[in-house]
Design a protein around this ligand. Structure first.
Ligand SMILES: NC(=O)c1ccc[n+]([C@@H]2O[C@H](COP(=O)([O-])OP(=O)(O)OC[C@H]3O[C@@H](n4cnc5c(N)ncnc54)[C@H](OP(=O)(O)O)[C@@H]3O)[C@@H](O)[C@H]2O)c1
Length: 328
């Protein structure tokens, strides 16, 4: 089978090789992969690792099942959980170690993969493999950020930053939950696309650098009930300013780095619940599939164009998700 691995360099990032098939063991399923999607995390992986098979998010067709597997049969269309060992409940170290697309848990940028059957979710007929492959990381992270601890309520205001994969899923899910959404972007064209998906208020953070003040104006000086921050150090203090007293912030991203000075007093004086988000279990993947939302795919690349797909991710011109079609 064809399989890409990380080179450990920036150009080219990927090397293509032919590798041996492995049969599924007890409780496992072999899947012929049809599509994979890219996440910002995959760029980080290219800078840190080599030799591992990249990409966490894949969908395909069951091609053989191991002993003891029930609920899945040859020909079933399935999507794979980001952490196949995190089936439900809370996370722990062994569940986290099953995160695909990292050393120790080779990912989905190849023709075939063997995973535990408990890590799979059936794809409904109306959903394409490309759409299903967008859900395991970005979709589930948006789900966790909105619903995991204090679920968003109808009429609440949700603040979203940027129009990447997680933010656009969060926009779609927040509207489905009856919330009012304020979303920011560096691009007016992307903001227009967000409005077409139901965003109630849009702010260009390039032309309005004090976007947190704009959020306060839009909420009569109160602030958002829930903010989802994908950027971290450069945005969190502004996100704190834009969130209401007693509100909550789901911190889930590192777009502006991994550490920085944070206004800790604002967290306690405003009694903010600051919750760390790390993707979510297979049960949340099943839940998001069941909502019927249509994933927003910006561009689909062929397997041979995988390197170009990474270039597009790095260029950040996309709205929603970038996908690689592995086979038809
Ligand atoms: N904790 C977790 O479980 C988890 C899961 C998934 C992702 N993440 C993290 O979440 C972040 C987003 O991931 P993704 O896959 O959705 O990324 P993505 O699709 O690559 O999103 C990139 C977009 O983020 C926006 N952005 C960049 N810098 C920004 C800033 N300073 N302020 C506001 N928006 C900014 C831009 O949107 P515009 O072009 O509209 O400006 C950019 O196009 C990444 O750091 C990723 O590692 C974490």
């Amino acid at each position: 089978m064809r399989s890409y691995t990380l080179t450990g360099q920036q150009q080219p990032r990927l090397a293509l090789a032919q590798t041996q098939d492995v049969p599924p063991g007890e409780g496992e399923v072999s899947i012929d992969l049809r599509a994979a999607s890219l996440n910002y995390r995959d760029l980080i992986m290219t800078k840190r690792f080599k030799d591992a098979v990249p990409l966490s998010d894949g969908a395909g067709v069951v091609s053989s099942v191991g002993e003891g597997v029930s609920g899945f049969a040859n020909g079933d269309r399935v999507v794979i959980g980001f952490m196949p060992a995190w089936v439900e409940g809370d996370i722990n170290e062994s569940k986290q170690a099953s995160s695909l697309g990292a050393p120790g848990a080779d990912g989905v940028l190849r023709d075939r993969i063997v995973v535990p059957a408990t890590g799979l979710v059936h794809i409904p007929e109306w959903m394409t493999f490309e759409e299903a492959a967008t859900l395991p990381c970005a979709g589930v992270t948006a789900w966790s950020a909105l619903f995991e601890r204090r679920p968003v309520q109808p009429g609440e205001t949700v603040l979203l930053l940027g129009t990447g994969g997680v933010s656009i899923f969060a926009l779609q899910l927040a509207k489905l939950a009856g919330a009012r959404v304020i979303i920011t972007s560096s691009s007016d064209a992307k903001l227009a696309r967000a409005q077409a998906l139901g965003a109630d208020h849009v702010i260009n953070y390039r032309t309005t650098p004090a976007w947190e003040e704009e959020v306060l104006k839009l909420t009569q000086g109160v602030g958002a009930d829930l903010a989802i921050d994908p950027a971290g150090p450069a945005t969190l203090n502004k996100t704190l300013a834009a969130t209401r007293m007693g509100g909550r912030i789901s911190l889930m991203g590192v777009l502006t780095g991994f550490d920085g000075p944070i206004n800790t007093a604002a967290i306690l004086e405003k009694r903010i619940t600051l919750q760390g988000i790390y993707v979510g279990p297979v049960s949340s993947l099943r839940a998001i599939v069941a909502t019927g939302i249509k994933p927003q795919i910006d561009q689909v690349f062929s397997f041979e164009q995988a390197e170009a797909a990474y270039d597009a991710l790095e260029g950040a011109g996309h709205f929603g998700k970038l996908v690689i079609q592995i086979s038809r």
